[in-house]
Design a protein around this ligand. Structure first.
Ligand code: NCD
Length: 311
């Protein structure tokens, strides 16, 4: 069987994404059925960059499947500080574990790892580039709440330049029908040129780029808020000037549709006032929970355990 990795959201066909989402929803309904499927298997989590949700949700996912986890949660506690390359690290880890989730501040590092690995590599976020498992989390949440992944107007607001979750989600959503994007950001934090030209314009995808949240809030089905990515700025002054460009509060929520959903990959900084948390349209904590089910489904898929009949 061909070794499969998940480096970009486009590594999975739309059918495979839909299957993983459906499996994730099945697991959610009946988690105990899947509690032993990964017995004897190990997941390595190699996190060269900080993370709370992504790392712990991967670990929770493997433990829920009956497997075990090992790994490190910062570059400082790995041999990277001694100058070891990602290629060498993964050659070794390949003999310690059955599957690996890797987060790295450098774009492309998980892809390099996949070239030297004999176990499946999952990109758990590479620099400002991609974050395919957050995308699966976002898609399963949308599917569960709206029952569909097409005919959606999605507002994406905040740091669209450095936000890898935004980049991956745009790439994934354009493969569905009738998706319309409202891209809300300060001028300095608009989507990268390659996304505008090679993905949105080339695919003839309806989109608007604006810095006016209030005017477009009434038309969106989903508002995907993101934080300004401080760690990717070259200077702190720019970050301070831009960090509070958009703050969603209860007053602004009154402008939105009654059946609109607010999503956020988390961590939230200031961009959503805590008063919004009690609004039933705020689904970001639910979204984080869905991330565990979809990662369980993904691990099963990459280990080819999703074809085993479960009674
Ligand atoms: C995101 C990330 O790491 O890109 N977080 C996450 O994985 N849930 C979003 C962010 O850090 O802003």
């Amino acid at each position: 069987m061909r070794l499969k990795h998940l480096i970009s959201p486009l590594d999975l066909t739309v059918d495979a994404v839909d299957d993983i989402i459906d499996l994730g929803l099945k697991i959610m309904e009946n988690p105990e059925k899947y509690a032993h499927i990964c017995e004897g298997k190990k997941l390595a989590t190699l996190f060269y960059e900080p993370s709370t949700r992504t790392r712990l949700s991967f670990e929770a996912a493997m433990l829920n499947l009956g497997g075990q986890v090992l790994g490190f949660s910062s570059a400082d506690s790995s041999s990277a500080t001694k100058g070891e390359s990602v290629a060498d690290t993964i050659r070794v880890i390949s003999s310690y574990a059955d599957i690996c989730a890797m987060r790295h501040p450098k774009e492309g590092a998980p892809m390099v790892a996949s070239l030297y690995s004999s176990i499946p590599i999952i990109n758990a976020g590479d620099g400002g580039h991609n974050h395919p498992t957050q995308t699966l989390t976002d898609l399963i949440t949308i599917k569960k709440l709206m029952g569909r992944l097409n005919d959606i107007t999605i507002g994406m607001c905040g740091d669209l330049k450095f936000g890898r979750t935004v980049h991956s989600l745009i790439n994934a959503l354009v493969r569905y029908k009738q998706i319309r994007f409202v891209l809300i950001s300060p001028k300095e934090l608009m989507i990268p040129d390659y996304l505008r030209k090679d993905v949105l314009e080339a695919g003839n995808i309806r989109h608007i780029e604006t810095d006016d949240l209030e005017s477009f809030l009434p038309i969106v089905d989903i508002l995907y808020m993101t934080r300004v990515q401080r760690e990717r700025f070259f200077n702190e002054e720019d970050y301070i000037r831009l960090k509070d460009s958009f703050i969603l509060d209860a007053a602004k929520m009154q402008l939105a549709k009654e059946d609109m959903f607010v999503m956020h990959p988390l961590p939230r900084v200031n961009e959503i006032a805590s008063e919004v948390d009690n609004d039933p349209r705020a689904v970001y904590f639910q979204q984080a929970k869905m991330g565990v089910y979809v990662r369980m489904a993904l691990i099963m898929h990459l280990l080819a355990l999703d074809t085993i009949p479960i009674s």
